[in-house]
Design a protein around this ligand. Structure first.
Ligand code: C5P
Length: 433
């Protein structure tokens, strides 16, 4: 297969050399396309020696058989950009074509895989997050950056994925390999790309913290990883996503993230975010009780704690939800798992209840893997075997997509919109879901 390997100007450009070598070794024909900035980091001669095709010099060099960017773009079976800098992502998202790489990206209808690499602050900047979300909603596959050492001795998220991960993602997109764990959009994601586009998805995550005093809290073992994975997966499938999180995990790219601490803060943030949503997923582990009174000053000695239940956010969302909105609850259990979950599904009035046996090895709190059963209000029960939290996230979203009605919901744009009519019609018929 023909692969265009785009390289933009970041310190991880040296890792693109290894990506090139591995793709050639796997039997593919690779044409490296370097931006001017990339040429400052790594020599053209290195790529020329390794790649199967010469490195074109730029937009103005005629290539055998036509104009460089159209010929490269049209002939490619896949285009991979590694590293993809913040600048490259912005130019691609904006549709600029001011060098051979961006022009090739616009001229291709082949699958595109981008591998962002930048400093943490840049990766988390809303402008970058929006550009990544835009590209994802257009079906571009994103191999997310990892955490580790960055340029200049800094540490954090933003380091380009390792060459083997990138190559596995490219091969998966080309249909010649399984999706590597931890990369999200290929190949299963490739099949699902865009199935949530135009949809508004709200996800909660993490364990809430209820203050005893300014120093101590009541909380639980939830890490927030499963909720963050759902938010990330929904964004990769084209949704506009709001994540309300009580976890300290980094905000997923392209996801509007609202940070909260207590159940009360989460209840307020969810009520506001969910009113317009097509899908609401309550993956958070809301503390079930909180101190009736939270001391304003640090308590000295052993306090007599009087607890009260927190508001049931999920039940509140179920009671006030709009017609057609798909509502998903979670349950963590340690015994009589399925029986308890079935009761909870009914009590909470949700469409789907995702239950995990948190006592099972490798499942539930703090792990990177999970194993769940997805119960449907329609009587379905689907076991999702042990896999990454991202794989579980995609299985949950598959169940959600199967329950979404065609078309988007009314977003309060007034009477006359299809959603408003649908809602009015349902109210007349006395339907509720
Ligand atoms: O009853 P239980 O806490 O097991 O219910 C779990 C589900 O209910 C989760 O989806 C959780 O996010 C939600 N929940 C809630 N508000 C609470 C407690 C749980 O929304 N106070």
């Amino acid at each position: 297969m023909r692969i265009v390997l785009g390289v933009s100007g970041g310190v991880s450009a040296f890792k693109a050399v290894e990506v090139c070598r591995r793709l050639v070794d796997a039997g593919h024909r690779v044409t490296p396309v370097l931006t001017d900035a990339a040429r400052r980091f790594v020599g053209v001669a290195t790529f020329s020696a390794l790649a199967s095709d010469p490195v074109p010099s730029g937009l103005w060099e005629p290539l055998e058989g036509g104009i460089a960017h159209t010929r490269l773009g049209q002939a490619a079976d896949a285009v991979v950009v590694a590293p993809a800098t913040a600048d490259l992502l912005a130019r691609y998202a904006a549709g600029l074509a001011d060098d051979l790489l961006t022009a090739t990206l616009l001229a291709t209808s082949a699958p595109v895989v981008v591998c962002p690499a930048m400093h943490t602050e840049m990766w988390e900047h809303p402008a970058v997050a929006e550009n990544v979300a835009t590209l994802r909603s257009r079906g571009v596959h994103v191999v997310p950056p990892e955490s580790g050492r960055l340029a200049g001795g800094d540490e954090g998220t933003g380091r380009m994925a390792e060459p083997e991960t990138i190559v596995a993602a490219v091969l998966a997109v080309l249909g010649s390999g399984p999706a590597p764990a931890g990369t999200h959009d290929a190949p299963s994601g490739a099949a699902r790309t865009g199935d949530l586009s135009g949809r508004e998805v709200v996800v909660s995550a993490g364990g809430t913290r209820e203050a005893i005093d300014p120093v101590r809290v009541i909380t639980n073992r939830s890490s927030g990883k499963q909720g963050h994975a759902i938010a990330e997966a929904a964004a990769a499938r084209g949704a506009r996503v709001t994540l309300v999180t009580a976890s300290g995990l980094p905000a997923p790219a392209g996801v509007h993230t609202v940070r909260v601490e207590s159940a009360a803060e989460m209840a307020a943030a969810m009520a506001s975010a969910a009113s317009d949503a097509d899908v609401v997923v309550m993956a958070a582990a809301v503390a079930d009780w909180r101190p009736k009174v939270s001391a304003l000053q640090k308590v000295h000695g052993v306090p007599e704690l009087v607890l009260e239940p927190t508001p049931d956010i999920l039940a509140g969302l179920a009671a006030s939800r709009r017609p057609g909105q798909v509502l998903v609850g979670f349950a963590a259990e340690t015994e009589d798992v399925i029986e308890r979950a079935k009761r909870k599904l009914e009590q909470k009035g949700v469409d789907l209840l995702v239950v995990n046996d948190v006592s099972a090895p490798g499942a539930g709190f703090e792990h990177d893997t999970n194993e769940v059963t997805i119960l449907g209000a329609d009587g379905t029960s689907t076991l999702v075997p042990l896999g990454s939290k991202r794989q579980v996230a995609d299985s949950v979203l598959d169940a959600v997509v199967a329950r979404l009605r065609p078309g988007t919901l009314d977003r309060g744009s007034g009477p006359g919109t299809p959603g408003a009519e649908e809602r009015a019609g349902q109210a007349r018929r006395g339907e509720s879901r």
